[in-house]
Design a protein around this ligand. Structure first.
Ligand code: FE2
Length: 204
């Protein structure tokens, strides 16, 4: 049995954070990174249906969306060698590696339509959290750093990310195209069935 309480505690903590600091991107990133680091510090809670790789495509399973769409939580499941196109987010983001390892490369651009400048490439191992802010430039490319294993990362964004109109880029030319990612499953995992514990308490 997975430890769904760990995710419920995270979702409740993030909801409280959105209530108090929802309009403050810096505070959401700073405090949110701590909550995400705690969530990914133990790999005992992610439902199997949100951890399944696809042979061809990296997967994006929605785990939770705030009803006011102030944030959403997604599990990214990377098969060996899978990678994103170069893309932006148009909102703040947090990336926490739960299993395996991710390789990230940032890109910057001086003018729209100009070629992108590749920045640092860096690796994030399990337990690491990366921050993304459109204010500082949020164009990047992400891939599974492992060539023989699945990697999984948990992402939090400042919107219902699957429904955000954003962009993919051709770095050599700077050509950008609109992009709406959607999600890989029409269903959400059920973290909220606490009935067993409640039934167990009835006999006491
Ligand atoms: Fe991204």
């Amino acid at each position: 049995m997975k430890n769904h309480q760990r995710f419920r505690t995270f979702a409740a903590g993030f909801t409280r954070l959105a209530q108090t600091h929802g309009a403050d991107e810096g505070a959401m990133l700073e405090h949110g990174a701590r909550l995400l680091a705690e969530l990914i510090s133990v790999d005992d809670w992610l439902p199997d249906e949100a951890a399944r790789p696809h042979a061809k495509y990296y997967q994006q399973f929605l785990l939770h969306c705030d009803p006011l769409e102030r944030f959403s939580v997604v599990s990214f499941v990377w098969g060996p060698g899978q990678r994103t196109p170069v893309h932006d987010h148009c909102t703040w983001g947090l990336v926490g590696v739960l299993r395996g390892s991710e390789q990230c490369r940032r890109f910057s651009r001086l003018e729209p339509g100009e070629p992108l400048h590749p920045g640092d490439s860096y690796r994030l191992d399990a337990g690491a959290v990366d921050l993304l802010s459109p204010r500082e430039g949020d164009i990047h490319e992400v891939s599974n750093a492992l060539t023989d294993k699945v990697s999984i990362s948990i992402h939090v964004y400042g919107a219902n990310i699957g429904a955000v109109s954003r962009h993919v880029f051709e770095p050599e030319t700077g050509l950008e195209k609109p992009f709406v990612s959607g999600y890989s499953s029409p269903q959400l995992p059920n973290f909220w069935d606490r009935s067993e514990a409640v039934r167990g308490s009835l006999g006491r």
